[in-house]
Design a protein around this ligand. Structure first.
Ligand code: UDP
Length: 333
């Protein structure tokens, strides 16, 4: 079934991969993005509307012009450390922006939303693998902002029947194997792109944030999941909402954790390059270990990751980072 889908934040890293999958599946897509982090070059073959969730007029113009069956919402600020330093920025952008979007959807009668949530809603885990029943106890404003938005969706499902699926991403990584789109944040704060930039000599050395965590080598453990695997879960979520009213949540990861040092070793193997590192202090707001139990997404949504192997994930990112088509390291910049 062909649907008309609004992708908020569709010029960003995960959003642009989502747009590709939607296009391949034959859906009609409109991207809405303020281009604060996204790149217009990442959106091809569909309409890109430049606008901001913080401007209700931008949203009313958008919903006046197009009829949407559903919205997929990626547009948010995502840097944990920055959120600790500037919580007001995070609450305004993420929470107020989402409220504006929900108001515009309500006015237009659009009642289906797939929402980008995060493992940061859990805080420090109480169990080795985190499933959906794990308590929500964020330890940074970024995680709190996402937790608040999940709550808003649950309350609006009860109040007026908004249907939603919140997908809690663990660590998104990798790029489309075609090499046309990839991760290009400015500034970049994420581990895998930073490691690859160091391998390319585009950064002096990689600072490892903390070697005194209670893990096998003292560095943080994360569950890295390929960006296209995240995107494919959204397609499943769109179908799921048709038969299932209410607000639903699913955790998305590979179920396997790697330490920061293990990621760097894997990147050395993939790239064959030196990756200079230095030990640094812990980064504010970081949990020691975050690994997903995604059994529910597999059983209920029928989702299955295709790029589960860490080296494969890094390889796809490496292909992009060696020749990025846009972003701060694209040729000609
Ligand atoms: N990390 C690091 N050095 C960096 C960037 C990240 O040691 O320059 C670590 C960070 O402390 C965390 C992991 O790498 O344990 C993944 O961080 P990232 O920012 O990629 O994702 P997050 O887990 O914050 O969503």
């Amino acid at each position: 079934m062909t649907r008309s889908i609004l992708v908020c934040g569709g010029a960003g890293y995960i959003g642009s991969h989502m747009v590709r999958l939607l296009q391949e599946a034959g859906h009609d897509v409109v991207v809405f993005d303020n281009l604060s982090q996204g790149h217009a070059e990442a959106v091809t073959g569909t309409t890109l509307v430049r606008g901001d969730l913080l401007n209700p007029e931008d949203l009313s113009a958008l919903f006046d012009r197009h009829n949407f069956d559903a919205v997929i919402h990626f547009a948010a600020l995502i840097a944990v450390g920055e959120s600790v330093a500037a919580p007001d920025l995070y609450y305004r952008n993420n929470v107020c922006g989402t409220l504006n979007l929900l108001a515009a959807m309500k006015t237009a009668g659009v009642d289906r939303l797939v929402f980008s949530s995060t493992a940061a809603v859990f805080g420090n885990p109480l169990t080795e693998l985190i499933d959906e029943s794990h308590p929500l106890a964020p330890i940074n404003p970024y995680g709190w902002s996402k937790r608040m938005m999940e709550q808003m969706l649950a309350d609006m499902a009860a109040a007026y029947g908004l249907r939603s699926v919140s997908l809690r991403y663990f660590n998104a990584a990798g790029a489309h194997p075609g090499g046309e789109i990839g991760e290009a944040h400015d500034p970049e704060t994420h581990l895998i792109p930073l490691v690859l930039l160091a391998a390319l000599g585009l950064r002096d050395r990689l600072a490892i944030f903390g070697e005194d965590y209670d893990t096998r080598d003292g560095t943080c453990i994360r569950d890295y999941i390929h960006v296209l695997d995240l995107a494919s879960a959204h397609l499943k979520a769109l179908d799921y909402m048709e038969a299932h009213p209410g607000a639903h949540t699913f955790n998305l990861g590979n179920g396997r954790g790697f330490t920061t040092l293990e990621v760097i070793e894997a990147a050395r193997r993939v790239t064959g390059r030196e990756i200079p590192v230095e030990m640094a202090t812990r980064r504010a707001g970081d949990a020691g270990i975050l690994v997903a139990d995604s059994a529910r997404a597999k059983a209920v949504l029928g989702w299955e990751p295709r790029y589960a192997d860490l080296e494969t994930i890094i390889e796809t990112a490496w292909r992009w980072h060696r020749a990025p088509k846009y972003g701060p390291f694209a040729e000609g910049r």
